[in-house]
Ligand binder design. Structure first.
Ligand code: NDP
Length: 459
């Protein structure tokens, strides 16, 4: 069902974690024709924190667990199936000084009667000397995205933090590292009992209690992490090649400061027992207003509450302009498909997007077009976000450039040769020459401009 953009939206949802997609799903099924601004790079990535998680084992309905990015793909598909319209970009400004409320996104102004703020929270960093120097050269905030990279294979690795994320990441990294050191600042773990037991029972994980990080050493790549003991004295240096932060999050409320009531840590304040914020028609859902529970299921539940509250308020105010759903039962949801590795038999020299080393070799040697080589790993959530944007660029360029996806799990030696240190990494080649490399999610316009510049030069 494609519906036109109204002059004033009934409801705009900002954020695309479990809270945002659930709110949009409920609003769409109430025929409110919601618009959802997914976010892209500001405050984490689209899809939220589950995009950088592996197995989610406590979301009801998935008895054997589900990968975080896969769960988010499903929530997105469900919200879209019922008519949610998406803008896959960051909200640049939110103005609550007058009604209708106004948002700036991708250079356009969107007016809306009501809003649901579901912008979540983003990963904290230590902000100490040396951190920037070794960032992506041994230090990472996402074990799940970067753990599979060749530099970490069979090396000593460390995780900082004592919560569920730290424990989960420590266990995950034992697949790749020879030994994992968990650096915990207190004498106990904050993690749930089940997760803590798993860590403490794992012979590949050594827990360092009462330790803080004082500094880093290395020559171009991280080689050591200096630790302080509980008294603040230098305790030891861990000879690790990788360090993964899992030290909690800060709520994404920068755009709302001075406009909505926040608590001391920046979380949105809501009225007791209600998702209503300090402004009429503006509701909060998920981690942005929840310093306490912070679970996917509690976020989803609060998204539902926020949508129901917004629906009631719009109807009381006589503001809701509902749409008619045609057909009444929407067609089946569409989930993203995995890229299969191309072989000699199914290689297509003109295909826009293929997978694997065979396609890479063929296009690298034989194609005269700009070639995007996209390094991914199976559980890399940011790759889920970035790949559709890259495919969109290639579609817009109508075959003038091509893409090959390399899965680090199945083709690790190619990644080693290419010096790839994490996913997603994108390399842009023209006639066997590396022209540009990007690490992490980028704006679509950045990649498109780089390809267009090569096409202009080549013309
Ligand atoms: P948490 O806030 O729960 O834990 C953060 C950890 O980092 C704490 O141990 C904290 O120490 C430590 N820390 C904070 N700042 C520093 C610092 N400057 N130096 C050293 N250590 C520091 O965050 P999580 O991301 O782990 O979890 C967030 C929420 O998500 C939780 O509710 C958790 O249960 C949930 N979650 C659930 C998962 C699952 O069920 N599969 C997986 C991941 C997360 P201290 O304890 O001393 O404060």
């Amino acid at each position: 069902m494609v519906t036109p953009q109204p002059a004033i939206e009934n409801l705009v949802v900002v954020g695309s974690g479990p809270a945002g997609y659930t709110a949009a799903l409920y609003a769409a099924r109430a025929n409110l024709n919601p618009l959802l601004i997914t976010g892209y790079q500001d405050g984490g990535i689209a899809g939220g924190q589950l995009m950088t998680t592996t197995h989610v084992e406590n979301f009801p309905g998935f008895p054997d667990g589900i990968l975080g990015p896969d769960l988010m793909d499903r929530m997105k598909a469900q919200a879209v199936r019922w008519g949610t319209r998406l803008i896959e970009a960051d909200a640049e400004a939110i103005d609550l000084s007058q009604r209708p409320y106004r948002l700036q996104v991708e250079g356009q102004t969107i007016n809306s009667h009501s809003l649901i703020i579901a912008t979540g929270a983003s990963a904290n960093r230590l902000q100490i000397a040396g951190e920037d120097h070794f960032w992506n050269k041994g230090i990472s905030a996402c074990a799940i995205c970067d753990g599979a990279t060749p530099q970490f294979r069979n090396e000593q690795l460390a995780v900082l933090g004592g919560g569920d994320s730290a424990c989960e990441e420590a266990v995950y990294l034992t697949k790749y590292g020879s030994q994992v050191h968990l650096i915990v600042r207190r004498q106990e773990l904050r993690a749930s009992r089940a997760m803590a037991d798993r860590v403490l029972a794992n012979p590949q994980i050594t827990v360092h209690w009462n330790r803080q990080i004082a500094g880093f050493s290395g020559n171009g790549w991280l080689e050591g992490v200096q630790l302080l003991n509980g008294e603040g004295a230098v305790a030891e240096t861990l000879a690790v090649r990788g360090l993964f932060y899992a030290i909690g999050h800060t709520p994404n409320t920068r755009l709302l400061r001075g406009q909505l009531e926040l608590d001391g840590k920046g979380y949105l304040l809501t009225q007791p027992g209600s998702p209503a914020t300090s402004r009429e028609g503006v509701y909060a859902a998920g981690d942005v207003a929840d310093p306490h529970w912070r679970q996917a299921i509690t976020a989803a539940a609060s998204g539902c509450q926020a949508a129901l509250a917004a629906e009631r308020w719009l109807s009381e105010q006589n503001l809701a302009v509902t749409v008619e759903r045609q057909p009444v039962d929407p067609v089946a949801a569409e989930l993203p498909k995995e890229t299969a590795n191309t072989t000699e038999t199914d290689f297509d020299a003109e295909a826009l997007w293929q997978g694997g080393s065979y396609a890479l070799r063929k296009l690298y040697h034989d194609s005269s077009k700009p070639l995007l080589v996209v390094y991914t790993s199976p559980s890399c959530g940011p790759c889920h976000v970035f790949k559709p944007q890259l495919k969109r660029v290639l579609n817009e360029l109508e075959g003038a450039a091509q893409g090959v996806e390399i899965n680090l799990e199945t083709d690790p030696e190619i990644a080693t040769q290419a010096g790839v240190t994490g996913t997603p990494t994108v390399q842009l080649f023209l006639q066997k020459e590396l022209k540009q490399q990007w690490r992490g999610v980028q704006q679509r316009s950045t990649v498109k401009a780089a390809i267009e510049a090569l096409l202009t030069q080549a013309a």
